[in-house]
Ligand binder design. Structure first.
Ligand code: 5AD
Ligand code: SF4
Length: 477
């Protein structure tokens, strides 16, 4: 992903997990970062495997599942292709440059295979599910192509016995030992003009509540302290009369720290927004993609709401969660976007005062409606609009963050102290990313005063670990 077509803003750090915009989605853990590919080595293993993840949090989660199979099959994890017997590329298809990027990796893998250094490699995820995968398979000699629904078939590829035995779709993902991602629904029933998700992930399918609750219960009893509920439109989750808010309430009673991503404004109920403010165990941050501030564009995009409705949701959120953080996704340069539409987006950014945003330049995706639409603005216009939206978000975010200076915060440590940079990365209950000098390990809390703030992150004064590894607020209520 180039640094200009997707920018992660305020309250996000390279390592922060957050709203995950699909491809680039607020993403957690910068999945495209090679350092983020797993490096644990299986004891005594003579076979090696490398898995690289591109794109959204769902992909990070799918990679976790595949990783388990690979480890079960006796492979050790390595970080570099040239050290691996087998390689899995778990990919994203949201924007064209994502495919270009994966092409580069496929070229390198194909060469390493010819040289006998890599034995075989697989392409999985959204590109695997797309029409383009056959061409890629032919061109690069890929050994196995899997979509998003049949990742369990990787079992055979890595030499595990029957598929059925290893089909474990409900295994939790991991972010270190202390955090887990729990998928509550897959697919999407919307048909946004620009989006490939419905064609690669299929229609929405919701996991039963009891099944989700059991998983969360199991995770918490084995030490998980932070649960993130995942899905393309989590707030569309439903099960015989129960809605997402009911599920969220149950989970907030099971787990000590809970967040969810990502949501759709048409499904977001006011009572869910109020619940975020009420439940002590819910992290007070909301990722609610708006895409555009122009009603005309929202209609062309088939988003199903007008900007006024979005604004009203945000008002409810700000009132119910006064100390909360709000992030969004915005697309600039969608076909048909005029200067007036762009100004409407700037006005919405100003009104909603986002704490962070993922801003995307429109990228035509094969098979989507928008790819066939006329009227894509020229690149220089798109670039200017992109920068204008970016500056507006950054300005608001900076001002919002400045208000936190001087407050004392309970900070959940997500990434332990980095010896080079000297600080750990944590998250406040309001969802702000914080750099803090502490030796407290991931999954524990520190209490510290916020000393300064930039547009993207807060900086806390040095802090000692709390006595005990749990913050007082962490106990479910
Ligand atoms: N072009 C640009 N941005 C896109 N997104 C999804 N599809 C495209 C596309 N074709 C963005 C949307 C979505 C986020 C995950 O990625 O903003 O919310
Ligand atoms: Fe794509 Fe729209 Fe579904 Fe989000 S809601 S996954 S943008 S189709």
């Amino acid at each position: 992903m180039s640094s200009t077509d997707h920018v992660q803003y305020a309250n996000q750090t390279a390592k922060s997990i957050t709203p995950i915009p699909l491809s680039s989605k607020p993403s957690f853990g910068a999945p495209e970062d090679p350092e983020n590919s797993w490096t644990r080595s299986g004891q005594g293993a003579s076979k090696t495997a490398c898995i690289r993840t591109f794109g959204c949090q769902m992909n990070v989660h799918d990679s976790d599942r595949m990783r388990r199979m690979i480890l079960d099959a006796g492979y050790a994890e390595v970080n570099r292709y040239e050290d691996a017997d087998i390689v899995v590329l778990n990919t994203c298809y949201v924007r064209e440059n994502a495919v270009d990027r994966v092409r580069g990796h496929l070229g390198e893998l194909s060469r390493l295979k010819r040289e006998g250094r890599v034995k075989k490699f697989a392409l999985t995820g959204c590109i695997g599910a797309s029409g383009e995968s056959r061409d890629l398979q032919r061109q690069f000699g890929i050994d196995l192509v899997l979509g998003t629904h049949n990742t369990y078939e990787l079992a055979e590829f890595v030499g595990l016995p029957g598929m059925e035995e290893t089909h474990t779709p409900e295994l939790p993902g991991t972010e270190g030992e202390h955090s887990a991602f729990v998928t509550i629904m897959t697919g999407c029933n919307y048909k946004c003009s620009y989006c490939v998700v419905p064609s690669v992930r299929g229609r929405m399918s919701c996991r039963p509540m009891e099944n989700i609750v059991d998983e969360v219960h199991g995770l918490v009893s084995t030490g998980t302290r932070y649960v993130t509920l995942l899905g393309q439109t989590v707030d569309a989750w439903r099960e015989s009369g129960k809605r997402f808010c009911d599920l969220l309430e149950r989970i907030a009673e099971e787990a000590p720290r809970v967040w969810f991503t990502t949501s759709h404004p048409s499904n977001m109920e006011d009572r869910t927004l109020r619940l975020i403010g009420e439940k002590k165990t819910l992290v007070k941050k909301l990722h609610l993609p708006v895409q555009s501030g122009s009603d005309r564009m929202l209609k062309i995009m088939h988003r199903g709401y007008k900007s006024e409705r979005y604004r009203r949701k945000i008002e409810v959120f700000r009132k119910a969660v006064p100390d909360g953080t709000l992030s969004t996704d915005i697309i600039v340069g969608h076909p048909g976007e005029t200067e007036h539409d762009h100004e409407e987006t700037l006005r919405l950014v100003e009104d909603c005062r986002f704490d962070s945003a993922y801003i995307f330049k429109f990228s035509p995706r094969r098979g989507t409606e928008a790819a066939e639409l006329p009227g894509t603005p020229p690149e220089r216009v798109v670039q200017r609009r992109f920068v204008e939206v970016l500056r507006a978000v950054e300005q608001n975010a900076f001002e919002n963050n400045q208000k936190k200076i001087g407050s004392t915060e309970e900070i959940y440590i997500r990434y332990g102290r980095n010896p080079e940079e000297g600080n750990a990365i944590g998250e406040t209950w309001s969802g702000h990313a914080v750099h803090v000098q502490t030796n407290a390990p991931p999954g524990t809390y520190v209490t510290a005063r916020i000393g300064s703030a930039g547009p993207h992150v807060l900086y806390a004064d040095p802090a000692e670990a709390n006595s005990g590894d749990r913050a007082p607020r962490e106990r479910p209520r």
